[in-house]
Design a protein around this ligand. Sequence first.
Ligand SMILES: [Zn+2]
Length: 437
Amino acid sequence: MRGTSEVTRTVVVRSERLPRRTFRTFVELEGMYRNMVEQLVLHAVNNGITKFTRLKAERYREVRSLYSQLPSHYVYTACQDAAERAHSFLKLKRMGKARKPYPEVRGVNIWLDDQLWRAEGLTSISIATHRGRVRVSIELNRHFLRYVNRGWRLASEAKVKLDRRERRLIFYITFRKEVSEYRPKGYVTVDVNEDAEAVLIDGIVYLLETGLSRVTLGYYYRRKRVQEKYDKAYGPGSRPERRVFRRLSSNERALKKDIRWKLAALIAREAARRQAAIVLERLGKEPAKGMIERIKDPQLRHRVFQAAFKGMQRAIEEKAREHGVPVIYVDPRNTSRTCPIHGAEIIYGKDRHGACSRGGETWHRDVVACYNLLLRALGGDGGAAPSRVRALTPVDGGPVPLGPTAAHEPTPIARGAWARWKSLGATSDHKLMRVSA
Ligand SMILES: [Zn+2]
């Protein structure tokens, strides 16, 4: 399983505002490119073609002669673009989900290959057009520089879109990096919850608050209010209403993405620093905990579930790949029900707190889950005592490192705090109680 994988990241870079005449060149280019793609998609769909090579073999010569003023590589990239559109359209059609006989070519990003674009230093990009090569200055951008400085390679393919209102080009530039997974020396376990992530690192369970379900709910109710107001004013499904909806959705997506991405990066960095593997629950977990149970609307419940679990896991997987951190999946069943020390059932009362039915010690649900994930990762879930001891001893040498009270409390950290952190270690000495203390 261990090996090398390629990680890719797309960065958005904007050009400076272009002079009218320069911009017109790109408008013309876009028009021709769009026509090519439309024709090629039509041919591909009519003939059931989903492969670039076949589409190119059948259509290159003719399309090339129709657009002989364009650099020839645009015919290649248009074939790639069209083959991909045909592929996803034919898939939809097979599933009976295509609403039209042909795919509509609406938004166009012009696909570029290494012959068609070139980065010139860090400040400009040159593009081949029907009027020769055109060089445009780009706005320096933190993301772009970060990838350049960290040894990522610039991929040869890129896409460019026209921003007509601003008269700018928007580039989608891809960076690649080869990353090899290390052999893990330990484990960082992550229990994903609705509004927080419990993370077990070096014997401390951190409860990193995300508030993701609150974000989802907040936007859900805002949308409802907007709907009531606009339905009354304009009737249902009006244009202004849809516009507000679109804006709300895009804000919601951006906020969630930012939260997940930052948290995933923090966890992956911590794991990488310790050369540890990240342990996650295998997906398919029933959203039967906490607030999700109380939500009656199935659609909303689904959304909360998605927000809390799937997206977060995916972000962690992505960030782990970037840092070469191995990810291990374990069975999620009953992770918070069994005492990690005694293997007995924990009886829960209020506030996610419970008591071990054998030892009587109290536990916080998320701490239990984190330790049980660790046990499962170690392969000690059969209830055999040796593996429990093995899992828990390294913390400070004692056979049962978890003391009677303080040990079982996670350390909650608000979103506003962790979002600014570069690492968790910096604060663990003075502020946080060690689980093993
Ligand atoms: Zn116990």
